[in-house]
Write a protein that binds this ligand. Structure first.
Ligand code: F6P
Length: 363
């Protein structure tokens, strides 16, 4: 069956396990059920800016379910509304959206599918308001998007981080050390909370609950007094002390959202070691959390979101994002997602549950 419809797919922002499963689901359903021609944009919005794309055939997406990353490539610096251009030694930003809009129009597509997290979906929402028919697919390991209960990539990241914590337990126990595991999460501590609880961490530090070093130190000492001569601390990269600020690892000048966090675990480690005299080591999980094959949960979620996306295209539910709500997948307006963040609330049931079994949140 061949319709005269064409759609294009792009993936933007940090890579995330499950993205290929979503690309596969969208492409297969579009081709098989509706005879839609599918175009894959290379490297997110950068590909739209420079007209880099290719047709995705059924065979191109067959067998990619288990692959990490994205077969389309991605970029977390290409924001067409705030594009970096080098002027001599200086970096300036310009609005390249008119070029991108003209390029999209030339592609003659019925819909643009944007798979991404907060940054990508904010940009998508702006293009929708500038007249581009599009739909969004939520994707981030951080699980911090409003409008959806969960995003694919999160379960995989939690699984990898938990495995890391499990493996560090033996070193902590054998050497009577404090082991700190730094995980991703700039504004939202979901990965730290879930992997910390799953890994049986003694202390979990999230951006939403600023910590008090004295409380952490006291917990470590108390464990030692009780004969537990090791402690496991899981800290989100965006965690900060009360009245203090986050630790910036690098500034990516070309990015419209330039700050990259990292390093809080190392600083905390030397502070705890200095005060307690207990050897303290830090492991930064970093990009390991985003790599490799997605968990079955993420593959299923990405497949369901992908097939819903094609349904939304058929129904012309443009300006919306496929979202997980309870056991359903529904369409939610991008306007409800753009610019927002879903963070851990201090009364989150999992925070309460962890506190009730004496997990310390550093407050
Ligand atoms: O948004 C996902 C995320 O993994 C964040 O948790 C992290 O701060 C950021 O991306 C790092 O991205 P990169 O190092 O690839 O620029």
């Amino acid at each position: 069956m061949q319709s005269n419809k064409r759609i294009a797919i792009l993936s933007g922002g940090g890579d995330c396990p499950g993205t290929n499963a979503a690309i596969r689901a969208i492409t297969k359903k579009a081709i098989l059920e509706d005879g839609i021609e599918v175009i894959g944009i290379t490297d997110g919005f950068d590909g739209l800016l420079h007209n880099r794309f290719r047709t995705l055939h059924y065979d191109d997406v067959s067998g990619i379910m288990t692959q990490g990353g994205t077969i389309l490539g991605t970029s977390n610096i290409a924001n067409p509304y705030k594009l970096s251009v080098k002027q001599g030694d200086k970096m300036e930003f310009e609005d390249a959206s008119p070029t991108v809009i003209a390029n999209i129009r030339k592609m003659n597509i019925d819909c643009l599918v944007c798979i991404g997290g907060d940054g990508t979906l904010d940009i998508a929402n702006r293009f929708f308001h500038d007249g581009i028919p599009l739909v969004g697919v939520p994707k981030t390991i951080d699980n911090d998007l409003p409008g959806t209960d969960i995003t694919f990539g999160f379960d995989t990241a939690v699984t990898i981080a938990t495995e890391g914590i499990d493996r560090l337990h033996s070193t902590a126990q054998s050497h009577h050390r404090v082991m700190i595991v730094e995980v991703m999460g700039r504004n939202a501590g979901w990965i730290a909370l879930y992997s910390g609880v799953a890994g049986g961490a003694d202390i979990i530090l999230v951006p939403e609950i600023p910590y008090d070093l004295d409380v952490i130190v006291e917990r470590v000492k108390e464990r030692n007094r009780k004969g537990k001569r090791f402690s496991i601390i899981v800290v989100a990269e965006g965690a900060k002390p009360k009245g203090g600020s986050v630790i910036v690892q690098r500034v990516v000048k070309e990015a419209s959202d330039p700050v990259r966090l990292g390093g809080v675990g190392i600083i905390l480690g030397s502070q705890i070691e200095d005060i307690t005299g207990i050897e303290t080591r830090t492991v930064v999980m970093g990009h390991l959390q985003r790599g490799g094959t997605p968990t079955p949960f993420d593959r299923i979620l990405a497949t369901r979101l992908g097939t819903k996306t094609v349904e939304m295209i058929e129904n012309k539910s443009f300006g919306c994002m496929a979202a997980a709500k309870g056991s359903s997948i529904i369409a939610v307006p991008l306007a409800e997602v753009a610019g927002g963040l879903r963070v851990v609330q201090s009364d989150d049931p999992l925070v309460q549950s962890a506190r009730s079994i004496s997990t310390c949140f550093g407050d």
